[in-house]
Design a binder for this molecule. Structure first.
Ligand code: ADP
Length: 355
């Protein structure tokens, strides 16, 4: 059916361990306006879409994005209530179950919070598998959205032109609270080949314990100001300032993350939180970059796309991951990032309305 101007449809949720991601579509006659046009208080930055390639139906309008902390799920309920975000845009709280009371949801929270959504909003969550959603979200973005993927090296961001006929296979690394690594061979064709429990949740949790930061953004900002060389033991610290050149290890290579925080002349308080935050970010980004590369190597994959909200478009995070992939692969494999990094699962749930 044709949507009226501004009518909202296709609300979809990805309820993860740390964040709830919400995606919805609005048909908007003023869709030719700049895509930063309509901003909601929650940092909602709509993506203007007009997809008409063979894989996707024709869509004219905006896809809106919002996120909430999972521990504050009530804020998400309130947002949905206040914006009357139901499938079809109508509010049917007291109505019997119809397709307007059913929304697509993925992530563990689609199970954990099913009763809460039912009791508070009268909404039934139609559950979609989170890995299926990650892959269909990534494939959609890579095929349908111009300037979605980019590389990031030495402070340089370069958009990558994706050839639709030469997209597969690739490794998708989603860095959320934990990390999933998927070998993607086509639409709906993939395998979860690996993962690691040392992910975004580890950075945020450990960072909070070590620095007393009150928010993730504060921790990121702190890491921006820090110097990891005060905390990390470098090859040069061990070799008296020299490289270990026989094995290509520069004096600036980290030999041991946090390995220098053992000085007898320093009290714990002498280690600055910004330096700790920087070492931690570097340690976790490096580790994920390395494990990703090893999995790419296992399957002969040259392209690794990184998603998940850990990245947050943060220069230092992307730089560290890129350097790790480049270093270990000797320049053979490429790390690429996605503009809609944290919304892959939610977009996949959104796409599943078309199934
Ligand atoms: P999940 O689905 O597991 O919640 P996400 O892709 O949403 O995963 O990423 C969650 C991670 O993103 C957190 O562990 C943290 O590292 C990072 N993050 C980014 N922004 C925030 C934020 N505002 N609050 C908490 N964590 C955030």
């Amino acid at each position: 059916k044709a949507l009226a101007p501004d009518e909202i449809s296709h609300l979809a949720l990805d309820i993860g361990g740390t964040l709830i991601k919400l995606v919805y579509f609005s048909r908007n006659d003023s869709w030719s306006v700049d895509d930063k046009g309509a901003k909601s208080p929650k940092g909602d930055s709509p993506l203007r879409v007009s997809c008409s390639n063979l894989d996707y139906p024709i869509l004219y309008g905006r896809i809106h994005f919002a996120k909430f902390e999972t521990i504050k799920v009530n804020e998400c309920l309130e947002f949905i209530r206040s914006k009357k975000l139901l499938h079809g845009g109508c509010w049917h709280h007291e109505a019997p179950v119809s397709d307007k009371n059913v929304i697509k949801a993925t992530g563990g929270g689609a199970y954990k919070f099913a009763d809460l959504f039912k009791e508070n909003l009268g909404l039934n969550l139609d559950k979609e598998d989170e890995m299926d959603c990650l892959v269909s979200g990534a494939n959609f973005l890579l095929k349908a959205v111009h300037h979605e993927a980019f590389t990031y090296m030495d402070g340089q961001k370069e958009f990558v032109q994706i050839d639709h006929n030469d997209l597969y296979p690739y490794l998708l690394v989603n860095i959320g609270s934990g990390v999933s690594m998927l070998k993607v061979d086509g639409d709906g064709k993939f395998e979860r080949v690996s993962g690691t429990n040392v992910g975004g949740g580890t950075f945020w949790g450990l960072g909070r314990l070590l620095t007393k930061c009150k928010s993730f953004d504060e921790l990121l900002e702190l890491s921006h100001q820090g110097n990891n060389r005060v905390i990390d033991m470098l090859v040069g610290d061990i070799y008296g300032g020299m490289d270990y050149s026989k094995f290509g290890l520069a004096s600036t290579t980290i030999a041991s993350s946090f390995g220098k925080a053992i000085s007898e002349n320093k009290e714990l308080e002498d280690y600055r939180p910004e330096d700790v935050a920087r070492s931690l970010l570097r340690m976790i980004s490096n580790n994920i970059g390395q494990i990703s590369y090893l999995n790419a190597l296992r399957f002969g994959l040259k392209r690794i796309f990184f998603g998940g909200f850990f990245i947050r478009g943060h220069a230092y995070t992307m730089d560290t991951i890129s350097v790790a992939v480049n270093f270990w692969s000797k320049g053979e494999a490429k790390a690429m990032f996605l503009r809609h990094e944290g919304f892959l699962g939610a977009l996949g749930a959104f796409m599943s309305y078309e199934k």
